[in-house]
Design a protein around this ligand. Sequence first.
Ligand code: FO1
Length: 333
Amino acid sequence: MRIVVLAGGIGGARFLRGLKAAAPDTDITVIGNTGDDIHLFGLKVCPDLDTVMYTLGGGINEEQGWGRTEESFHVKEELAAYGVGPDWFGLGDRDFATHIVRTQMLGAGYPLSAVTEALCARWKPGVRLLPMSDDRVETHVAVTLPSQDTAGGTDGEADGAGERKAIHFQEYWVRLRASVPAHAIVPVGADQAKPAPGVLEAIGEADVILFPPSNPVVSIGTILAVPGIREAIADAGVPVVGLSPIVGDAPVRGMADKVLAAVGVEATAAAVAQHYGSGLLDGWLVDTVDADTVARVEAAGIRCRAVPLMMTDVQAAAAMAREALALAEEVRA
Ligand code: FO1
């Protein structure tokens, strides 16, 4: 059984850990989001690829869901001592090694897909991890910054009269904690990007395609924005099943509701399914608290089941993965 999974950061990585446990003898290819990527201190940082690699490779900082376990921050402290910013993105000493190796290989001319394969040779995630593209794509967010906002912080609410500007997704997400309204989410470069080698082939050879509970806008939405990927999935002729990242009208983790609002999608399990659309999705899992919304999703032409969707541990994630694979077989029949 060949499974293709479109993954973002924490939610996608935790789901993949469950999928590996639920279906150990399947061939899993992960198409990872690279819109979160950021260049810092001359290094290329790929948060979503690293979160999948570290989580499945056993190096993740479990409670954070990003960065390394047993981490220290001496390099970060020294950079701050030199007054070299930004200081709001927590890069640890062990994590820096990943970005140094990646940047060195990119500088030597290797494409991101080859670099990711090389990094995974160490971590052995047990899946094939492909970046969505070898081309640079960076998600930027159009916001109105309160006029008092300086580099160091913000007073929270936008006073409307503030300055409208586009900022990098990580600044919106990490420095501002999504505390100002997002007017637009733009995956800069996506329209010129090409799917990375192996991406379209993996989709074409898949027996089932899964959308884990990753952010539907900035993670899965960004992957789908790479020309050719959405079409390949829609035309794959195999079941495409997604799991809602929204439970009980709120995101399980992160701030997906903020970016959903930016694209005019209400933060409900049904609205996200309809956002993907029946042209893409064949099946959709909602949490049991959203059982009353199953009929609405089915009315949109998407088969729907209500099952527990809280990934409290690997076994819970494995149960969700089994439900998704079961729904895929039901759809295939
Ligand atoms: N997320 C944070 O909320 N705070 C951080 O300081 C932070 C640092 C960081 C460093 C490396 C990395 O790979 C990810 C990091 N993240 C951090 C997570 C990052 O913002 C992710 O892109 C989002 O969580 C969405 O996937």
